[in-house]
Structures are given as C-alpha cells and as structure tokens.
Design a protein around this ligand. Structure first.
Ligand code: ADP
Ligand code: 5GP
Length: 203
C-alpha cells in the first residue's frame, strides 16, 4: 500500500508559510495536497469557501468535534480552527504528501495522532524583515502588525518542538529546503519497508 507523508508547517504570521507551500504544490502538482481547514471566523474579502477554509458556525464546529471528524482543533483568538480528518486520511492512503498549515497547538496535537508526521517551523531571517513583510503584504494596519509581532515572539519560542527549522530568506532556497526534507522523509524505513519486503521476497 502507498503511504503518504504528512507535513505540518507552522510559523508566525507573515513568515511565508503560504508562499512556500504554494510554490511547492506548483512544482509537485498532483503528488501534493494542502488540507483545507474549518473555521468559525468570518470570511475575509478575496477568500473562497472550500479554498481558503470551510466556514461554519460554532454549533456546527462543535458537532464535528463530537462526531470525531476533526484531526485536531484549537481556539485562536475568539474563533475555532481545525483540520477535518477524512480528506487527510484519504490523501495519505493515495500516497500523497499532505500539508497542514496550522499553528503550534494544532501541530502538537497532530503529532499525537500521527507520530510519523514531519513538523517544519518556518522562521524569518530577523524580526525586522518579518515586520517589513507584514507591512508589504498590506493586509494589516500598524496596530495589527505590532500585535502580530508580539504573538510571533511567543510562537518562535516553540519552534524547538519541531523536527526542522527552515529560514525563509531567499524564497527559492526555503522551497528547496522543504523539498529536501520531504525527499529524505520519503526514504524513511517506515515508508520504504513495503519496497524492502518486495526485494527481500525475491532474494
Ligand atoms: P504566512 O502564510 O506565513 O502568513 P505569507 O506567505 O502570506 O506568510 O507571506 C507574507 C508576505 O511576505 C507576503 O507578502 C509574501 O509575498 C512575502 N514573502 C514570503 N516569502 C518571502 C521571501 N522569501 N522574500 C520576500 N518576501 C516574501
Ligand atoms: P487566519 O485567521 O489568519 O487565517 O489564521 C489564524 C491562525 O490559525 C494561523 O496561525 C493559521 O495557521 C491557524 N490555522 C489555520 N487553520 C488551522 C487549523 O486547521 N488548525 C489549527 N490548529 N490552526 C489553524
């Protein structure tokens, strides 16, 4: 049976996790899949149902938790965010590389359910570069940027819980680093043992 790789990517807002994953998915095509999370927050301008998130009410979200449909979930600010478990299992069964772009609590909980997942934390070259990128993105005012930087300082403390740290300085270098991690993960014994058995059988 094919066995895919589950990749958890976390980083403070503005560090480039969406940009990096988008580039990799472009290159990997059908082999990769990005999990679409569920949230109770409002849809932002430019976002689409089923593309950025599945937008649900708090009641619906709680029902999904009760029904065991969430791989993990967390409260972030005043909203719930979570990963629907069905599509993740399905894509892994198909042998795909599945990306979860989630915050650190979620990352910790995923590792409990899928101990073989690989956890990557993306860091900026410096706090100064991070604040410039947040400004450049143009989605936040100065007050919101200050809050995001404060949250970033706390989140960066938890990067030590991850398997790998990727610095996002030059985008293509960061993309290559993540691809190298995935390549190595695909050669791990737990992934390769079916192939190994096949070879041994004919020996
Ligand atoms: P996140 O998903 O972590 O919140 P984004 O992917 O939205 O971050 O990136 C934040 C901003 O920084 C975007 O405007 C993006 O185009 C820019 N960015 C991302 N990576 C780089 C990079 N390596 N060099 C310069 N700008 C970058
Ligand atoms: P935003 O509201 O800016 O889209 O997301 C806020 C935060 O929630 C980000 O750090 C994002 O990575 C995180 N997030 C998005 N989806 C999920 C999810 O399914 N689970 C968890 N734990 N965090 C998520």
């Amino acid at each position: 049976m094919n066995k895919g790789i589950l990749v958890v990517i976390s980083a403070p807002s503005g560090c480039g996790k969406d940009t990096i994953v988008n580039e990799i998915v472009k290159e990997m095509g059908d082999e990769a899949s990005v999990s679409v999370s569920m949230t109770t927050r409002e849809m932002r301008p430019g976002e689409e149902e089923g593309v950025n998130y599945y937008y649900v009410s708090v009641d619906q979200f709680k029902k999904n938790i009760e029904n065991g449909e969430m791989l993990e979930y967390t409260r972030y600010g005043s909203n719930y965010y979570g990963t629907p478990v069905g599509p993740v299992k399905e894509k892994l069964k198909e042998g795909k590389t599945v990306f979860l772009i989630i915050e650190v609590e979620g990352g910790e909980n995923v590792k409990k359910v899928f101990p073989d997942c690989v956890k990557i934390f993306v860091i900026p070259p410096s706090m100064e570069v991070l604040s410039n990128r947040l400004r450049g993105r143009g989605t936040d005012n100065e007050e919101a940027i200050a809050t995001r930087l404060e949250i970033a300082r706390t989140e960066l403390q938890r990067a030590v819980e991850y398997d790998y740290i990727v610095e996002n300085d030059v985008l293509q270098d960061a993309v290559e680093d993540v691809k190298a991690i995935i390549k190595a993960e695909k050669l791990r014994i737990n992934i390769m043992q079916t192939k190994l058995r096949e070879v041994i059988k004919d020996a």
